[in-house]
Design a protein. Sequence first.
Length: 157
Amino acid sequence: MSLSGDGAKAREFRRVMGDATDEYDWALRWRGHISIQARVARFGIACDRKHGHIQTATKPTHVTALHALHDEAHARSLAADVEWLKGHAIQGMVESPLYLAGLVNRRNTHPHPLNLVLGKAQAASPPLRPRPNRRPAPSTRRIRRSMTTGSCSIITD
């Protein structure tokens, strides 16, 4: 049993990477969070970043798989960042009787995607230097936002 498509992802990676898949996949889970946190702090990006994630189980087989993930986090020195909740503890947290167990992960980070992209674009822009006695030149840089995907592109004329 796998949660959130982890099994399918691991199968695809394993076809190419073989035995290195498990280590790569675990590192991949955390590398993005660390990178985002570092850039947000370095450039002072206001992206409404929140910490935390709850992965829940609604079936006994999910409980087993989720507890295995909890054990792996402990084995990989993340015990302070994860918390195992079962029964009334998870049901009270999410205010629903549907969940049998949950893994609270306080290390994950969730930024506002558009604000993160705009902040990175601003950080990558050359600084504006005042030019005495000259009118400011209009910027040739535009940001186009796709209404279908929500992604952004920076276009320079």
